[in-house]
Design a protein around this ligand. Structure first.
Ligand SMILES: [Zn+2]
Length: 539
Protein backbone atom coordinates (compact mmCIF):
# COMPACT_ATOMS: atom_id res chain seq x y z
CA UNK A 1 0.00 0.00 0.00
CA UNK A 2 0.95 3.28 -0.35
CA UNK A 3 4.14 4.84 0.33
CA UNK A 4 2.34 7.86 1.64
CA UNK A 5 2.45 6.61 5.17
CA UNK A 6 5.92 5.40 4.86
CA UNK A 7 8.68 7.58 6.03
CA UNK A 8 11.13 7.96 3.21
CA UNK A 9 14.03 6.26 4.90
CA UNK A 10 11.96 3.19 5.71
CA UNK A 11 12.42 2.36 2.06
CA UNK A 12 15.88 1.20 2.94
CA UNK A 13 14.68 -1.56 5.18
CA UNK A 14 12.23 -2.58 2.48
CA UNK A 15 15.07 -2.92 0.02
CA UNK A 16 17.14 -4.82 2.52
CA UNK A 17 14.45 -7.40 3.09
CA UNK A 18 13.95 -7.85 -0.62
CA UNK A 19 17.29 -9.61 -0.68
CA UNK A 20 15.97 -12.22 1.70
CA UNK A 21 13.11 -13.87 -0.13
CA UNK A 22 12.34 -16.23 2.73
CA UNK A 23 11.78 -13.44 5.20
CA UNK A 24 8.28 -12.11 5.38
CA UNK A 25 8.23 -8.39 5.66
CA UNK A 26 5.41 -7.20 7.86
CA UNK A 27 3.33 -4.66 6.05
CA UNK A 28 1.71 -3.12 9.07
CA UNK A 29 3.09 0.27 8.86
CA UNK A 30 5.28 0.20 6.00
CA UNK A 31 2.92 1.66 4.15
CA UNK A 32 1.20 1.41 6.01
CA UNK A 33 -0.08 0.45 6.12
CA UNK A 34 0.15 3.15 7.25
CA UNK A 35 3.13 3.99 7.28
CA UNK A 36 5.19 4.25 9.89
CA UNK A 37 7.28 1.29 9.54
CA UNK A 38 5.49 -1.67 8.38
CA UNK A 39 3.21 -1.68 5.44
CA UNK A 40 -0.20 -1.13 6.53
CA UNK A 41 -2.24 -0.85 3.42
CA UNK A 42 -2.57 -1.51 -0.25
CA UNK A 43 -0.97 0.50 -3.00
CA UNK A 44 -3.88 2.38 -4.39
CA UNK A 45 -5.27 2.78 -0.97
CA UNK A 46 -2.32 4.74 0.23
CA UNK A 47 -0.70 5.93 -2.90
CA UNK A 48 0.87 9.34 -2.89
CA UNK A 49 -1.41 11.99 -4.25
CA UNK A 50 0.72 12.89 -7.20
CA UNK A 51 1.97 9.49 -8.26
CA UNK A 52 -0.95 9.16 -10.60
CA UNK A 53 -0.14 8.81 -14.24
CA UNK A 54 3.34 7.38 -14.08
CA UNK A 55 2.48 4.59 -11.71
CA UNK A 56 -0.65 3.86 -13.61
CA UNK A 57 0.98 3.63 -17.00
CA UNK A 58 3.75 1.47 -15.74
CA UNK A 59 1.59 -0.89 -13.79
CA UNK A 60 -1.22 -1.50 -16.25
CA UNK A 61 -0.98 -4.91 -17.74
CA UNK A 62 -1.34 -4.97 -21.52
CA UNK A 63 -4.16 -7.49 -21.45
CA UNK A 64 -6.25 -5.59 -18.97
CA UNK A 65 -5.75 -2.13 -20.39
CA UNK A 66 -8.05 -2.50 -23.41
CA UNK A 67 -10.82 -3.86 -21.18
CA UNK A 68 -10.55 -1.04 -18.71
CA UNK A 69 -10.37 1.61 -21.40
CA UNK A 70 -13.42 0.13 -23.09
CA UNK A 71 -15.28 0.13 -19.79
CA UNK A 72 -14.25 3.69 -19.19
CA UNK A 73 -15.37 4.86 -22.62
CA UNK A 74 -18.67 3.09 -22.15
CA UNK A 75 -19.21 4.76 -18.83
CA UNK A 76 -18.26 8.15 -20.25
CA UNK A 77 -20.71 7.66 -23.06
CA UNK A 78 -23.34 6.67 -20.52
CA UNK A 79 -22.91 9.86 -18.55
CA UNK A 80 -23.74 11.86 -21.67
CA UNK A 81 -27.07 10.05 -21.95
CA UNK A 82 -30.26 11.28 -20.30
CA UNK A 83 -30.33 10.68 -16.58
CA UNK A 84 -33.22 8.24 -16.83
CA UNK A 85 -31.00 5.52 -18.31
CA UNK A 86 -29.39 3.05 -15.98
CA UNK A 87 -25.69 3.84 -15.72
CA UNK A 88 -23.34 1.52 -17.60
CA UNK A 89 -21.17 -0.72 -15.46
CA UNK A 90 -17.62 0.47 -15.10
CA UNK A 91 -15.90 -2.60 -13.65
CA UNK A 92 -15.58 -5.11 -16.49
CA UNK A 93 -15.59 -8.42 -14.59
CA UNK A 94 -18.55 -10.20 -13.01
CA UNK A 95 -18.43 -10.52 -9.22
CA UNK A 96 -19.85 -13.69 -7.68
CA UNK A 97 -20.73 -13.99 -4.01
CA UNK A 98 -21.80 -16.83 -1.78
CA UNK A 99 -22.37 -16.73 1.97
CA UNK A 100 -21.67 -20.09 3.63
CA UNK A 101 -23.91 -21.43 6.39
CA UNK A 102 -21.42 -20.26 9.04
CA UNK A 103 -21.58 -16.67 7.75
CA UNK A 104 -18.32 -16.65 5.78
CA UNK A 105 -18.66 -14.50 2.67
CA UNK A 106 -16.80 -15.90 -0.32
CA UNK A 107 -16.40 -13.52 -3.27
CA UNK A 108 -14.96 -14.65 -6.59
CA UNK A 109 -13.84 -12.26 -9.32
CA UNK A 110 -13.01 -14.17 -12.48
CA UNK A 111 -10.25 -12.44 -14.45
CA UNK A 112 -9.24 -15.03 -17.05
CA UNK A 113 -7.03 -12.50 -18.89
CA UNK A 114 -4.49 -13.08 -16.12
CA UNK A 115 -3.72 -16.59 -17.13
CA UNK A 116 -2.82 -18.98 -14.29
CA UNK A 117 -2.86 -16.22 -11.64
CA UNK A 118 -4.50 -16.81 -8.27
CA UNK A 119 -4.91 -14.05 -5.70
CA UNK A 120 -6.36 -15.64 -2.54
CA UNK A 121 -7.28 -13.09 0.11
CA UNK A 122 -8.76 -13.20 3.57
CA UNK A 123 -10.09 -10.03 5.14
CA UNK A 124 -10.60 -10.16 8.91
CA UNK A 125 -12.93 -7.44 10.14
CA UNK A 126 -10.76 -6.70 13.14
CA UNK A 127 -7.90 -4.27 13.57
CA UNK A 128 -6.68 -1.75 16.11
CA UNK A 129 -10.29 -0.59 16.50
CA UNK A 130 -11.12 -3.91 18.19
CA UNK A 131 -8.46 -3.45 20.87
CA UNK A 132 -10.78 -2.02 23.45
CA UNK A 133 -9.17 -3.34 26.62
CA UNK A 134 -6.82 -0.98 28.43
CA UNK A 135 -3.20 -2.14 28.35
CA UNK A 136 -3.86 -4.64 25.54
CA UNK A 137 -3.31 -2.64 22.36
CA UNK A 138 -1.44 -4.03 19.35
CA UNK A 139 -3.04 -7.49 19.38
CA UNK A 140 -4.51 -7.30 15.87
CA UNK A 141 -1.09 -6.57 14.43
CA UNK A 142 0.49 -9.24 16.62
CA UNK A 143 -1.86 -11.79 15.09
CA UNK A 144 -0.92 -10.68 11.62
CA UNK A 145 2.53 -11.99 12.63
CA UNK A 146 1.39 -15.13 14.43
CA UNK A 147 -0.78 -16.31 11.53
CA UNK A 148 2.41 -16.89 9.57
CA UNK A 149 3.74 -19.14 12.34
CA UNK A 150 0.80 -21.54 12.10
CA UNK A 151 1.88 -25.12 12.92
CA UNK A 152 0.24 -26.78 9.94
CA UNK A 153 -0.13 -30.52 10.56
CA UNK A 154 1.31 -29.88 14.02
CA UNK A 155 4.74 -29.02 12.59
CA UNK A 156 6.77 -26.02 13.68
CA UNK A 157 6.90 -23.72 10.62
CA UNK A 158 4.55 -26.11 8.83
CA UNK A 159 2.45 -23.44 7.15
CA UNK A 160 5.28 -21.25 5.87
CA UNK A 161 7.25 -24.25 4.68
CA UNK A 162 4.40 -25.40 2.47
CA UNK A 163 3.50 -21.94 1.21
CA UNK A 164 7.10 -21.40 0.25
CA UNK A 165 7.32 -24.79 -1.49
CA UNK A 166 4.28 -23.76 -3.54
CA UNK A 167 6.21 -20.67 -4.60
CA UNK A 168 3.67 -18.31 -3.07
CA UNK A 169 4.26 -14.60 -2.65
CA UNK A 170 2.74 -14.19 0.76
CA UNK A 171 2.14 -11.17 2.96
CA UNK A 172 -0.40 -9.28 5.06
CA UNK A 173 -1.15 -5.88 6.55
CA UNK A 174 -3.00 -4.50 9.56
CA UNK A 175 -5.10 -1.38 9.67
CA UNK A 176 -7.47 0.25 12.16
CA UNK A 177 -10.59 -1.62 11.02
CA UNK A 178 -9.23 -4.74 9.35
CA UNK A 179 -6.37 -7.19 8.85
CA UNK A 180 -5.74 -8.41 5.32
CA UNK A 181 -3.87 -11.55 4.23
CA UNK A 182 -3.02 -11.82 0.55
CA UNK A 183 -1.05 -14.76 -0.84
CA UNK A 184 -0.47 -14.65 -4.59
CA UNK A 185 0.37 -17.73 -6.61
CA UNK A 186 -0.55 -19.87 -9.65
CA UNK A 187 -4.04 -21.23 -10.13
CA UNK A 188 -2.63 -24.76 -10.19
CA UNK A 189 -1.64 -24.25 -6.54
CA UNK A 190 -5.22 -23.84 -5.36
CA UNK A 191 -5.89 -27.40 -4.30
CA UNK A 192 -2.38 -28.81 -3.97
CA UNK A 193 -0.13 -31.37 -5.55
CA UNK A 194 -0.56 -34.98 -4.71
CA UNK A 195 1.85 -37.12 -6.72
CA UNK A 196 3.89 -40.23 -5.96
CA UNK A 197 6.86 -38.08 -4.95
CA UNK A 198 5.11 -35.14 -3.39
CA UNK A 199 2.12 -34.54 -1.17
CA UNK A 200 1.66 -30.80 -0.90
CA UNK A 201 -1.57 -29.15 0.25
CA UNK A 202 -2.74 -26.18 -1.83
CA UNK A 203 -3.30 -22.56 -0.88
CA UNK A 204 -6.97 -23.11 -0.11
CA UNK A 205 -6.48 -25.86 2.52
CA UNK A 206 -3.46 -24.02 3.94
CA UNK A 207 -5.34 -20.74 4.29
CA UNK A 208 -8.51 -22.28 5.68
CA UNK A 209 -6.44 -24.19 8.20
CA UNK A 210 -4.74 -21.15 9.72
CA UNK A 211 -7.92 -19.10 9.95
CA UNK A 212 -10.25 -21.71 11.40
CA UNK A 213 -7.78 -23.59 13.61
CA UNK A 214 -4.63 -21.58 14.19
CA UNK A 215 -2.05 -23.73 15.96
CA UNK A 216 0.47 -21.67 17.89
CA UNK A 217 2.26 -22.08 21.20
CA UNK A 218 3.05 -19.64 23.98
CA UNK A 219 6.66 -19.79 22.81
CA UNK A 220 5.68 -18.68 19.29
CA UNK A 221 3.55 -15.95 20.81
CA UNK A 222 6.49 -14.65 22.86
CA UNK A 223 8.87 -14.74 19.91
CA UNK A 224 6.48 -12.64 17.85
CA UNK A 225 5.96 -10.11 20.65
CA UNK A 226 9.72 -9.59 20.43
CA UNK A 227 9.49 -9.07 16.67
CA UNK A 228 6.73 -6.51 17.20
CA UNK A 229 8.79 -4.67 19.82
CA UNK A 230 11.64 -4.47 17.31
CA UNK A 231 9.22 -3.12 14.76
CA UNK A 232 7.96 -0.50 17.19
CA UNK A 233 11.50 0.66 17.92
CA UNK A 234 12.30 0.82 14.22
CA UNK A 235 9.18 2.86 13.51
CA UNK A 236 9.84 5.09 16.49
CA UNK A 237 12.95 6.44 14.81
CA UNK A 238 10.61 8.28 12.44
CA UNK A 239 8.83 11.36 13.80
CA UNK A 240 5.60 10.37 12.04
CA UNK A 241 4.86 7.63 14.58
CA UNK A 242 5.20 10.09 17.46
CA UNK A 243 3.08 12.64 15.63
CA UNK A 244 0.28 10.18 14.97
CA UNK A 245 0.35 8.93 18.56
CA UNK A 246 -0.15 12.49 19.79
CA UNK A 247 -2.75 13.32 17.17
CA UNK A 248 -4.92 10.24 17.71
CA UNK A 249 -4.80 10.67 21.48
CA UNK A 250 -6.01 14.27 21.07
CA UNK A 251 -8.83 13.53 18.64
CA UNK A 252 -10.06 10.17 19.95
CA UNK A 253 -9.65 10.15 23.71
CA UNK A 254 -12.53 7.70 24.17
CA UNK A 255 -12.26 5.51 21.09
CA UNK A 256 -9.77 2.79 20.12
CA UNK A 257 -8.84 4.96 17.11
CA UNK A 258 -6.90 6.85 19.79
CA UNK A 259 -3.98 4.42 19.42
CA UNK A 260 -1.81 3.41 16.48
CA UNK A 261 -2.14 0.00 14.83
CA UNK A 262 1.13 -1.11 16.37
CA UNK A 263 -0.17 -0.30 19.87
CA UNK A 264 1.15 1.82 22.72
CA UNK A 265 4.83 1.36 23.51
CA UNK A 266 4.12 0.24 27.06
CA UNK A 267 1.56 -2.30 25.85
CA UNK A 268 4.01 -3.68 23.31
CA UNK A 269 6.60 -3.98 26.09
CA UNK A 270 4.09 -5.80 28.31
CA UNK A 271 2.73 -7.97 25.50
CA UNK A 272 4.68 -11.13 26.45
CA UNK A 273 2.56 -11.34 29.64
CA UNK A 274 -0.72 -11.17 27.76
CA UNK A 275 -0.90 -14.59 26.18
CA UNK A 276 -4.40 -15.27 27.49
CA UNK A 277 -5.72 -11.95 26.18
CA UNK A 278 -4.16 -12.70 22.82
CA UNK A 279 -5.81 -16.11 22.59
CA UNK A 280 -9.10 -14.46 23.47
CA UNK A 281 -8.62 -11.85 20.72
CA UNK A 282 -8.09 -14.54 18.09
CA UNK A 283 -10.99 -16.57 19.39
CA UNK A 284 -13.34 -13.58 19.33
CA UNK A 285 -12.53 -12.04 15.95
CA UNK A 286 -11.22 -14.85 13.75
CA UNK A 287 -14.68 -16.15 13.07
CA UNK A 288 -16.25 -16.96 9.69
CA UNK A 289 -19.02 -14.41 10.21
CA UNK A 290 -16.31 -11.77 10.77
CA UNK A 291 -14.22 -12.65 7.70
CA UNK A 292 -14.45 -12.37 3.93
CA UNK A 293 -12.56 -14.54 1.45
CA UNK A 294 -11.93 -12.78 -1.87
CA UNK A 295 -10.49 -14.85 -4.71
CA UNK A 296 -9.51 -13.11 -7.94
CA UNK A 297 -7.71 -14.51 -10.95
CA UNK A 298 -7.90 -17.30 -13.47
CA UNK A 299 -10.53 -19.27 -11.56
CA UNK A 300 -14.15 -20.38 -11.85
CA UNK A 301 -16.62 -19.22 -9.23
CA UNK A 302 -18.43 -22.55 -8.95
CA UNK A 303 -15.18 -24.38 -8.38
CA UNK A 304 -14.10 -21.94 -5.64
CA UNK A 305 -17.52 -22.11 -3.97
CA UNK A 306 -17.43 -25.91 -3.87
CA UNK A 307 -13.90 -26.03 -2.46
CA UNK A 308 -14.39 -23.27 0.14
CA UNK A 309 -17.64 -24.83 1.28
CA UNK A 310 -15.82 -28.09 1.99
CA UNK A 311 -12.78 -26.47 3.58
CA UNK A 312 -14.44 -23.90 5.86
CA UNK A 313 -17.68 -25.60 6.85
CA UNK A 314 -16.37 -26.85 10.21
CA UNK A 315 -15.37 -23.34 11.33
CA UNK A 316 -18.03 -22.35 13.88
CA UNK A 317 -19.65 -18.93 13.85
CA UNK A 318 -19.85 -16.86 17.01
CA UNK A 319 -21.41 -13.44 17.67
CA UNK A 320 -18.82 -10.67 17.44
CA UNK A 321 -19.10 -7.94 20.07
CA UNK A 322 -19.90 -4.48 18.66
CA UNK A 323 -17.45 -1.62 19.20
CA UNK A 324 -19.08 1.10 21.23
CA UNK A 325 -17.26 4.33 21.87
CA UNK A 326 -17.98 6.09 25.12
CA UNK A 327 -17.42 9.77 25.71
CA UNK A 328 -17.65 12.69 23.32
CA UNK A 329 -14.76 13.87 21.15
CA UNK A 330 -13.17 17.23 22.05
CA UNK A 331 -15.46 20.20 21.36
CA UNK A 332 -12.76 22.67 20.39
CA UNK A 333 -9.64 22.88 18.29
CA UNK A 334 -6.62 21.01 19.66
CA UNK A 335 -3.04 22.26 19.25
CA UNK A 336 0.20 20.64 20.29
CA UNK A 337 3.90 20.99 19.61
CA UNK A 338 6.02 17.85 19.64
CA UNK A 339 9.75 18.28 20.26
CA UNK A 340 12.04 15.81 18.50
CA UNK A 341 15.61 14.96 19.44
CA UNK A 342 17.01 14.29 15.98
CA UNK A 343 17.82 16.95 13.43
CA UNK A 344 14.92 16.43 11.01
CA UNK A 345 12.88 18.82 8.86
CA UNK A 346 10.03 20.45 10.80
CA UNK A 347 6.51 19.07 10.24
CA UNK A 348 3.04 20.58 10.33
CA UNK A 349 -0.08 18.41 10.41
CA UNK A 350 -3.55 19.91 10.11
CA UNK A 351 -6.13 17.24 10.83
CA UNK A 352 -9.94 17.15 10.81
CA UNK A 353 -12.25 14.52 12.19
CA UNK A 354 -14.20 13.01 9.30
CA UNK A 355 -17.58 11.25 9.19
CA UNK A 356 -17.79 7.44 9.18
CA UNK A 357 -17.40 6.23 5.61
CA UNK A 358 -20.07 4.53 3.57
CA UNK A 359 -19.59 3.89 -0.13
CA UNK A 360 -22.40 5.25 -2.27
CA UNK A 361 -23.22 8.23 -0.06
CA UNK A 362 -22.77 11.87 -1.10
CA UNK A 363 -20.32 12.49 1.75
CA UNK A 364 -18.33 9.42 0.84
CA UNK A 365 -18.23 10.63 -2.75
CA UNK A 366 -16.91 14.09 -1.86
CA UNK A 367 -14.21 12.39 0.21
CA UNK A 368 -13.07 10.57 -2.95
CA UNK A 369 -12.20 13.90 -4.55
CA UNK A 370 -10.45 15.56 -1.61
CA UNK A 371 -7.07 14.39 -2.81
CA UNK A 372 -7.45 16.17 -6.15
CA UNK A 373 -9.14 19.18 -4.58
CA UNK A 374 -6.48 19.77 -1.94
CA UNK A 375 -3.10 18.13 -2.39
CA UNK A 376 -2.66 17.16 -6.04
CA UNK A 377 -0.22 19.36 -8.02
CA UNK A 378 -3.21 21.00 -9.71
CA UNK A 379 -4.88 21.98 -6.41
CA UNK A 380 -4.76 25.69 -5.46
CA UNK A 381 -3.49 24.88 -1.95
CA UNK A 382 -0.66 22.74 -3.30
CA UNK A 383 0.36 25.39 -5.83
CA UNK A 384 0.31 28.11 -3.21
CA UNK A 385 2.54 26.31 -0.71
CA UNK A 386 4.88 24.44 -3.02
CA UNK A 387 5.32 26.85 -5.93
CA UNK A 388 4.11 30.38 -5.11
CA UNK A 389 5.22 30.80 -1.51
CA UNK A 390 7.61 27.84 -1.39
CA UNK A 391 6.99 27.40 2.30
CA UNK A 392 6.81 23.58 2.26
CA UNK A 393 8.95 20.92 0.65
CA UNK A 394 6.07 18.44 0.53
CA UNK A 395 2.31 18.47 0.98
CA UNK A 396 0.02 15.45 1.07
CA UNK A 397 -2.38 13.31 3.07
CA UNK A 398 -0.44 11.51 5.77
CA UNK A 399 -2.52 8.37 5.43
CA UNK A 400 -2.81 8.50 1.69
CA UNK A 401 -6.06 8.89 -0.09
CA UNK A 402 -8.14 6.52 1.99
CA UNK A 403 -7.11 6.83 5.61
CA UNK A 404 -10.47 8.30 6.50
CA UNK A 405 -12.49 5.48 4.92
CA UNK A 406 -13.36 3.85 8.21
CA UNK A 407 -16.20 2.19 10.10
CA UNK A 408 -16.34 4.96 12.71
CA UNK A 409 -15.53 8.64 12.22
CA UNK A 410 -11.79 8.98 11.80
CA UNK A 411 -9.48 11.63 10.46
CA UNK A 412 -8.09 13.44 7.42
CA UNK A 413 -4.50 14.53 7.96
CA UNK A 414 -2.92 17.15 5.71
CA UNK A 415 0.82 16.91 6.34
CA UNK A 416 3.54 19.32 5.26
CA UNK A 417 7.28 19.10 5.59
CA UNK A 418 8.96 22.45 6.15
CA UNK A 419 12.43 23.85 5.53
CA UNK A 420 14.94 23.74 8.38
CA UNK A 421 16.57 27.05 7.43
CA UNK A 422 13.29 28.96 7.38
CA UNK A 423 12.34 27.46 10.72
CA UNK A 424 15.70 28.47 12.22
CA UNK A 425 15.10 32.05 11.02
CA UNK A 426 11.43 32.48 11.89
CA UNK A 427 10.59 29.90 14.57
CA UNK A 428 6.91 29.45 15.53
CA UNK A 429 5.74 32.19 13.12
CA UNK A 430 6.71 29.90 10.26
CA UNK A 431 4.51 27.12 11.65
CA UNK A 432 1.63 29.59 12.07
CA UNK A 433 1.93 30.76 8.48
CA UNK A 434 1.88 27.25 7.01
CA UNK A 435 -0.90 25.90 9.22
CA UNK A 436 -2.89 29.09 8.55
CA UNK A 437 -2.49 28.62 4.80
CA UNK A 438 -3.58 24.98 5.00
CA UNK A 439 -6.66 25.88 7.04
CA UNK A 440 -7.50 28.66 4.55
CA UNK A 441 -7.07 26.23 1.66
CA UNK A 442 -9.58 23.82 3.18
CA UNK A 443 -11.92 26.70 3.98
CA UNK A 444 -11.88 27.64 0.29
CA UNK A 445 -13.84 24.48 -0.45
CA UNK A 446 -16.78 25.96 1.47
CA UNK A 447 -17.17 28.30 -1.51
CA UNK A 448 -16.26 25.80 -4.20
CA UNK A 449 -19.53 26.26 -6.12
CA UNK A 450 -19.04 30.04 -6.28
CA UNK A 451 -15.88 29.87 -8.34
CA UNK A 452 -15.92 30.39 -12.05
CA UNK A 453 -16.26 27.12 -13.99
CA UNK A 454 -16.95 25.12 -10.80
CA UNK A 455 -19.11 22.66 -12.67
CA UNK A 456 -16.59 22.12 -15.42
CA UNK A 457 -13.77 21.68 -12.93
CA UNK A 458 -15.80 19.15 -10.97
CA UNK A 459 -16.50 17.16 -14.14
CA UNK A 460 -12.77 17.05 -14.88
CA UNK A 461 -12.01 15.80 -11.37
CA UNK A 462 -14.71 13.14 -11.59
CA UNK A 463 -13.32 11.86 -14.83
CA UNK A 464 -9.77 11.74 -13.48
CA UNK A 465 -11.01 9.95 -10.38
CA UNK A 466 -12.76 7.33 -12.46
CA UNK A 467 -9.74 6.75 -14.63
CA UNK A 468 -7.40 6.55 -11.63
CA UNK A 469 -9.80 4.18 -9.90
CA UNK A 470 -9.82 1.76 -12.82
CA UNK A 471 -6.10 2.15 -13.34
CA UNK A 472 -5.61 1.10 -9.72
CA UNK A 473 -7.28 -2.22 -10.56
CA UNK A 474 -4.35 -3.35 -12.63
CA UNK A 475 -3.93 -6.94 -11.39
CA UNK A 476 -6.01 -9.63 -9.65
CA UNK A 477 -4.26 -8.77 -6.37
CA UNK A 478 -5.09 -5.06 -6.72
CA UNK A 479 -8.67 -5.86 -7.72
CA UNK A 480 -9.16 -8.16 -4.73
CA UNK A 481 -7.61 -5.76 -2.27
CA UNK A 482 -9.59 -2.74 -3.40
CA UNK A 483 -12.75 -4.80 -3.55
CA UNK A 484 -12.25 -6.11 -0.01
CA UNK A 485 -11.48 -2.61 1.24
CA UNK A 486 -14.85 -1.26 0.09
CA UNK A 487 -16.93 -4.41 0.33
CA UNK A 488 -16.50 -4.55 4.11
CA UNK A 489 -18.72 -1.52 4.64
CA UNK A 490 -21.98 -2.82 3.19
CA UNK A 491 -21.16 -6.35 1.96
CA UNK A 492 -22.58 -5.38 -1.40
CA UNK A 493 -20.86 -7.02 -4.41
CA UNK A 494 -21.84 -3.96 -6.49
CA UNK A 495 -19.83 -1.66 -4.26
CA UNK A 496 -17.46 -0.46 -7.02
CA UNK A 497 -20.39 0.64 -9.14
CA UNK A 498 -22.17 2.34 -6.25
CA UNK A 499 -19.04 4.23 -5.28
CA UNK A 500 -18.37 5.40 -8.84
CA UNK A 501 -22.00 6.34 -9.42
CA UNK A 502 -22.07 8.42 -6.23
CA UNK A 503 -19.05 10.39 -7.44
CA UNK A 504 -20.69 10.83 -10.84
CA UNK A 505 -23.75 12.43 -9.23
CA UNK A 506 -21.84 15.07 -7.24
CA UNK A 507 -22.63 18.75 -7.72
CA UNK A 508 -20.44 21.72 -6.74
CA UNK A 509 -22.83 22.44 -3.87
CA UNK A 510 -22.10 19.00 -2.40
CA UNK A 511 -18.47 20.03 -2.03
CA UNK A 512 -19.50 23.27 -0.26
CA UNK A 513 -21.77 21.36 2.10
CA UNK A 514 -19.14 18.78 3.00
CA UNK A 515 -16.52 21.44 3.74
CA UNK A 516 -18.97 23.55 5.77
CA UNK A 517 -19.97 20.58 7.87
CA UNK A 518 -16.57 19.04 8.58
CA UNK A 519 -13.84 21.65 8.09
CA UNK A 520 -14.78 23.49 11.27
CA UNK A 521 -12.47 24.46 14.15
CA UNK A 522 -14.01 22.03 16.65
CA UNK A 523 -13.11 19.12 14.37
CA UNK A 524 -9.55 20.31 13.97
CA UNK A 525 -6.16 19.53 15.48
CA UNK A 526 -2.90 21.25 14.52
CA UNK A 527 0.36 19.51 15.36
CA UNK A 528 3.88 20.75 14.80
CA UNK A 529 7.20 19.00 15.26
CA UNK A 530 10.71 20.40 15.28
CA UNK A 531 14.17 19.42 16.38
CA UNK A 532 15.13 20.51 19.84
CA UNK A 533 18.71 19.69 20.72
CA UNK A 534 18.35 19.76 24.49
CA UNK A 535 15.28 17.56 24.63
CA UNK A 536 15.83 14.41 26.70
CA UNK A 537 15.94 11.22 24.61
CA UNK A 538 12.57 9.99 23.39
CA UNK A 539 11.62 6.56 24.56
ZN1 LIG B 1 4.50 -6.15 11.78
Amino acid sequence: MGQAFLPACADKSVCATKNLPQVRRCELNEYGAMMRGCESRPARLVKKPHEGETTMTLSLRPKLLPLLVAALLMSLAATAEPAAQAPAKVFPYPIHKKTLANGLDVVVIETPEFKDVLSYNTLVLAGARNETEKGKTGLAHLFEHILFRHRYAGEEGGYEDRMSRLGTHNNAWTWFDVTFYHPLTFTSNLAGKHTRTEDLPGVLPLESSRFKALDFTEKIFKTETGAVLGEYRRNASFPQLRMSEHLFALLFPHHPYGHETIGYYQDVLDMPQHYDAAVKFYDTYYRPNNCVVVVAGDVKADDIFAQTEAAYRDWPAQPVPPITATGAPPAKEQREHVPWDADVAPLVWVAYRMPAFKPGTTEGAVAQLLNELLVSPAAPLYKKLRYDKQTTSSLGFEEGTQGFESFDPRVLIVGAQLFKEKHAERGPAYFDEVSGDIIAGLDELKRFSKQKDAKKLLETLKSKYRYDFLAGLSSPAAIAQNFAWYYRFTRDPEVFEKLLQSVEKLTPKDVDNFARTYFVPENRAVLTLAYEAKQPAQK
